[in-house]
Design a protein around this ligand. Structure first.
Ligand code: ADP
Ligand code: ADP
Length: 230
């Protein structure tokens, strides 16, 4: 997927300025940069939680021109294919872990209950949470909850998984459990876009690093060159 010359303003604040960025399929693109530089806004533009005022978006050949209104149908279609994982997990508190993961497949994909349960168990196993299907989110550690949120995103079989600082709310030892899951997904060539604050991890997982500052792209390229100039 690709954004071309997108602009986003809030009031008179120009948050993204003529951003052009490619997110190669099968790769991990990691957005880094100071707080408030526009990383989340870029990530949210990719699943249309944020709509820029101008520019184009190419999602797997489907073209969106942001100077025209984006239809709800387009928004839903793209959200279905871009699983979002937030900093604070956003699990449904009154649903079990298993039902958090089956929600999308049954409600959105209209999958049968039995098939959805099988899929959810498979995804929970993938993130090391197979034994927690009957637990409720309040019974989980932050690291466990975030792994369930990742399983929930994966259950929709999205083309891209978008992660907004997925470990920034976690203690280091819990963070590690989530980072391991992301490294495994990277080995499986799951396409991902990640906003990261952990530079050591960004260096380890990124196929491509994008450094954002004041709404502009300062660096877009291989991690090797980026980290050698630090
Ligand atoms: P980052 O993810 O790099 O921390 P953000 O993309 O969250 O940066 O924010 C970029 C800038 O846009 C910040 O100055 C932030 O306060 C502002 N911003 C983000 N969302 C909104 C909003 N809904 N309304 C007004 N300003 C916003
Ligand atoms: P993050 O840094 O993780 O992106 P923020 O705390 O900046 O999170 O933003 C949380 C929410 O508040 C987001 O939905 C963002 O769009 C919104 N937001 C951020 N900055 C502003 C702002 N200055 N005015 C209004 N809403 C904002």
């Amino acid at each position: 997927m690709k954004l071309t010359q997108i602009n986003k303003t809030y009031g008179n604040k120009h948050v993204l300025r003529d951003i052009t960025l490619e997110f190669p399929a099968g790769q991990i693109t990691v957005l880094v940069g100071p707080s408030g530089s526009g990383k989340s806004t870029i990530l949210r533009s990719l699943n249309l939680l944020v709509t820029p005022e101008s520019g184009q978006y190419d999602f797997n050949g489907h073209q969106i021109d942001f100077s025209q209104p984006v239809s709800n149908k387009e928004k839903l279609a793209i959200r279905r294919e871009t699983g979002m994982v937030f900093q604070d997990y956003n699990l449904f508190p009154h649903k079990t872990v298993l039902n958090n993961v089956t929600e999308g497949p049954t409600q959105v994909l209209k999958m049968g209950r039995r098939q959805a349960n099988e899929l959810a168990k498979e995804m929970l196993a993938k993130v090391g949470m197979a034994d927690y299907g009957n637990a409720y989110p309040s019974e989980l550690s932050g690291g466990q909850a975030q792994r369930v949120a990742i399983a929930r995103a994966l259950a929709m079989k999205p083309r891209y998984v978008l992660l907004d600082e997925p470990t920034s709310a976690l203690d280091p030892e819990l963070e590690l459990s989530v980072l391991k899951v992301l490294l495994q997904l990277a080995r499986e060539k799951q396409s991902m876009v990640l906003v990261a604050h952990n530079m050591a991890f960004a260096k380890q997982i990124a196929d491509k690093i994008v450094f954002v500052e004041s709404g502009e792209i300062i660096y877009d390229g291989a991690p090797k060159e980026f980290f050698s100039t630090e």
